[in-house]
Design a protein around this ligand. Structure first.
Ligand SMILES: *Cc1c(COP(=O)(O)O)cnc(C)c1O
Length: 557
């Protein structure tokens, strides 16, 4: 009893203690200092996890989660210090994306101001459902969208957009708009009662599957158009597929063009797709216009080169880099022809997750997604900016919008040209070095981005000949699978080396593409995705060295 009495504290005493867990609402040098100290302790503790490895901590991954599943909601209160230490601990195993030895995927290291923007949003907790709850964070959303509109060539007087929950969200908005354009906005009330089709290439991002499924269309209404060996949608196949659908009397809601595929940086010919759409609208006398959405979550950043002086080349890129950049730009330059565009600042924009923008050429069409204000009586009593009337989300973080504004202001076109140009330049150097080896084949030879997919072949196998047969010869199927396993062994050996502090962390894709015959197996590949400003020629050389050494190791084993 005695013990229990001692532990009894009136709630108001506990409350006074809990107040020290929050940043002070009014300026208070002691409490403000405590806040800064807590963040700074966290940074110190995370710093202690750094080594030669491109990740935090020892790199030993906890591969089973049984213990995690036993976690129980705690009874008591912890201290800020305890939890801060715990937070640092939970950063273990994180890849350091800025590390020169990390070439893993399209994940950037965020810049300091974009991180500060996330801190600002966490501190003051804006909800850009309405300017009533978000102060100038609303302005950040509107300004970022205006700037990105101008960048891709939209007319900011007509265009609009919103921040959403990821690249998947941008595709969801694009497809929903396409469907509502056909249904005249009635789908919001009545639902979708017919099979309406969505088209995209067979190497477009899998999020199309989620979108079709979650919108209630069903994945069966998604038509995967074959891609060419350049990883772009085949225009003749698209035309055939569209005609087949229209001839059957079905409707075409959306064509998704991918500008920068995830694995190979394939870029669809958006201008030709829009042209084809317009011709078919005339020919079939459609009473609606199929929506063209550009999934440019990766490729949008190349738009910063639209007004780069390639002849004068003031940034001094190499000839091979210039060719890559102009080649990509030729396609990216037509983004303005799309009805809507998806842009991820958390991919090629050097901002933290999630900073995704859905841009729309004609903002008045957002009315198709609106609910009547009467349906939201508790909102919109004051203020002038109410995106919540047409957004899917109700709670809308201001973090992505402010981080986007911060990134654009900080880097400008020039900064992005340098960062993107450097990634492409390093990728070109890597390709050049890989191409010197007869046993290595660079798979996305015609896709000039920061990503390089390659396959290694065992001694006695001619790489070019083997790949040709893998792609086309059903009798070569077993060798294809054997080579997949061989490449996987090389990849695993490389991972082991990286965990011992040597070499560059790459990634693995199960299906660079499928072979060109029915029921064909996937062709796997090693993948280098360069995003770090710290990637240099030394890192490039060690990618090639480690691949060749792993190959030797297998030959000797
Ligand atoms: C990453 C990616 C997506 C999905 O974006 P998230 O932001 O991860 O939701 C869509 N399309 C392409 C081409 C992508 O690379």
């Amino acid at each position: 009893m005695e013990v229990e009495r001692k532990q009894r504290r009136h709630y108001s005493d506990v409350l006074d203690h809990l107040k020290t867990y929050f940043p002070s609402p009014v300026s208070d040098p002691i409490m403000d200092g405590y806040f800064v100290h807590s963040v700074s302790r966290f940074l110190d503790q995370v710093d202690g996890l750094k080594s030669a490895l491109p990740l935090l901590g020892s790199g030993v991954k906890n591969s089973h989660y049984e213990a995690s599943q036993q976690a129980v909601f705690p009874e008591g209160i912890s201290s800020v210090e305890e939890v801060t230490g715990m937070l640092a601990d939970y950063c273990q195993g994180m890849t350091i994306w800025s590390h020169p030895s990390a070439q893993v995927n399209v994940i950037p290291p965020p810049t300091i101001p974009s991180i500060t923007a996330f801190i600002a949003a966490a501190l003051y907790n804006p909800n850009i459902i309405s300017d009533e709850y978000s102060g100038r964070f609303s302005e950040a959303e509107i300004q970022s969208i205006a700037m990105l509109s101008g960048l891709v060539g939209y007319d900011p007087q007509q265009s609009g957009g919103l921040f959403t929950f990821g690249g998947t969200g941008t595709i969801l908005y694009g497809c929903k708009l396409g469907i509502e354009k056909i249904l005249g906005g009635k789908g919001m009330q009545e639902g979708i009662r017919e099979d309406i089709k969505i088209f995209s290439s067979d190497v477009s991002h899998y999020s199309r599957l989620n979108v079709a499924a979650w919108l209630g269309l069903g994945m069966k209404n998604l038509i995967a158009v074959p891609s060419t060996s350049n990883n772009e949608m085949s225009l003749s196949a698209l035309e055939d597929a569209l005609r087949a659908t229209l001839n059957q009397g079905h409707k075409v809601a959306v064509i998704i063009a991918t500008l920068g595929t995830t694995d190979a940086f394939g870029i669809d010919d958006l201008a030709a797709i829009v042209h084809l759409r317009d011709c078919l609208v005339d020919e079939y006398r459609l009473d609606y216009v199929p929506h063209v959405h550009a999934d440019a979550v990766i490729g949008w950043a190349w738009a910063v080169f639209r007004d780069y002086d390639f002849d004068d080349n003031p940034l001094g890129f190499h000839a091979r880099t210039l060719r890559s950049l102009t080649d990509s730009l030729e396609r990216i330059d037509s983004l303005q022809m799309a009805d809507s565009i998806g842009i991820d600042l958390h991919k090629t924009g050097y901002a933290p997750y999630i900073s995704s923008v859905f841009l729309i050429k004609d903002r008045s069409s957002l009315a198709l997604l609106s609910r009547a204000p009467e349906q939201m009586p508790y909102l919109y009593q004051v203020g002038h900016y109410h995106p919540g009337i047409y957004t899917l989300e109700c709670s809308r973080s201001g973090a992505g919008a402010l981080a986007t504004l911060a990134s654009i202001r900080l880097l400008g076109k020039k900064g992005y040209r340098v960062l993107i140009g450097h990634n492409v330049e390093m990728a070109e150097m890597l390709r050049e070095r890989l191409e010197r080896h007869a046993c290595i084949y660079v798979l996305n030879d015609y896709n000039y981005g920061p990503v390089t997919l390659f396959r290694i072949y065992p001694p006695g196998v001619d790489a070019g000949e083997a790949l040709r047969r893998e792609l086309n010869d059903p009798d070569y199927r077993n060798q294809l699978l054997e080579h997949n396993r061989y490449n996987r062994r090389i990849f695993d050996l490389i991972c082991e080396r990286v965990m011992q502090g040597e070499g560059v962390l790459l990634s693995w894709t199960l299906a660079y593409r499928y072979a060109n015959y029915p029921e064909a197996p996937a062709i796997a590949a090693l993948k280098s995705f360069i995003m770090s400003p710290w990637t240099d020629l030394k890192a490039i050389d060690s990618v090639v060295d480690q691949v060749m050494e792993a190959r030797e190791q297998i030959a000797c084993s």
